[in-house]
Ligand binder design. Structure first.
Ligand code: UDP
Ligand code: MG
Length: 335
């Protein structure tokens, strides 16, 4: 690797006012070490305010970035973390490497040194972090559900989505270019990372608990997101539906033949109305589930067919150490 590369640090922010001063302090300290120890020419910050209502954007504007250039983006409303990450990657077009991290200090800034070191020494295109042991940190049920989710996602796919890998990662310039090529507006980043490919390396991480503020992702939202991710990344459930239909049809045909034979050759007692009713409602239920699943896929197609941008910018500011002023805030919308 050649010396003097640019590194951009992308941080999505949603109501993190209390965390921002601490985050920027620690980032400033680590960035100085990265430049000194890892032969990096410049570290840029990209902060994306994803429609916060606690004044996070105003606080960002007042912070001291210790001589680093900072791009401050504000969304017109809350578009979600995935959209914020995409905006950050779009804004860091000049970077040789981009690091994405959360603002709540659950992704310790000090680990940035390791990410950059591995990227430089092993020449990989992505250095991701993964949770070492989900079971102890998140409980048995959530860990089981998560591995089930990854099992379905990776079924029959040519690419694999690394289990337990988080959004805290470094990506190279060509990896970021590949991500920018993907046109979908419903962006499930963990899936996109897998789809893009390239050589990658994982580092273990045990995230510390959140010290300030509240997490935006509860169990119900995570479950909804997993379902969303599944229907946007794999069509395996559709094939499963067809197979289940085939299986039920075969069983029913065999049962039909059995009833005819019994009628012809044995004395039949007949079957009660209750069992017929139970069967009708059972298969009615199964059909509803399958129709709902089919509807999910059609809904996805409708949303993508609209070709809406993944986010709308309300404001973009660049805080540059050269002029040491805040250039006029421009209002733009992404092209
Ligand atoms: N976040 C965001 N938009 C959202 C929700 C969250 O940009 O709609 C940011 C949030 O500010 C944080 C990161 O995404 O920097 C992770 O969020 P959080 O800590 O709530 O998630 P968890 O760590 O519980 O998965
Ligand atoms: Mg968090």
């Amino acid at each position: 690797m050649t010396a003097g590369q640019n590194l951009s640090i992308v941080v999505p922010i949603f109501n993190e006012a209390e965390n921002l001063p601490h985050l920027v302090d620690r980032l400033n300290a680590v960035s100085e070490r990265i430049c000194r120890e890892q032969d990096v020419a410049a570290v840029h910050y990209v902060f994306i305010d994803d429609g916060s209502s606690d004044g996070s954007f105003g606080i960002l504007g007042k912070l001291d970035f210790a001589g680093h250039t900072a791009t401050l983006l504000q969304f017109s409303r809350n578009f979600g973390k995935e959209a914020a990450l995409s905006a950050g990657i779009d804004a860091a077009a000049d970077a040789d490497a981009i690091i994405m991290m959360d603002a709540d200090l659950q992704h310790p800034p000090e680990l940035l040194l390791d990410l950059v070191r591995v990227w430089k020494t092993e020449e990989v295109d992505s250095v991701f972090t993964y949770k070492e042991d989900r079971r102890t940190s998140e409980g048995f049920l959530k860990a089981r559900l998560t591995s089930g989710f990854y099992w379905i996602m990776n079924r029959g796919a040519r690419f694999s989505i690394t289990e337990n890998a988080g959004d805290f990662r470094l990506i190279s310039r060509r990896y970021a270019n590949a991500l920018r090529l993907l046109p979908e507006s419903q962006r499930f980043m963990k899936g996109l990372y897998g789809w893009v490919g390239f050589a990658q390396r994982g580092l273990p991480l045990t995230p510390p608990p959140r010290e300030r503020g509240v997490s935006s992702f509860n169990g119900a939202r995570l479950l909804a997101m997993s379902f969303d991710a599944m229907t946007s990344f794999t069509t395996a459930p559709l094939r499963l539906m067809a197979l289940a239909g085939l299986f039920i049809a075969c069983i029913s045909a065999l049962y039909g033949i059995y009833i005819i034979l019994e009628r012809l050759f044995f004395t039949s007692n007949g079957i009660g109305i209750a069992s017929v009713l139970a069967l009708i409602s059972f298969f009615g239920g199964i059909q509803m589930i399958f129709l709902g699943l089919l509807g999910e896929y059609i809904g996805k197609t409708v949303l993508e067919a609209k070709r809406r941008p993944p986010y709308i910018l309300a404001e973009r500011r660049v805080v540059s150490p050269v002029t040491d002023t805040v250039p006029s805030a421009r209002t733009e919308t992404p092209s």
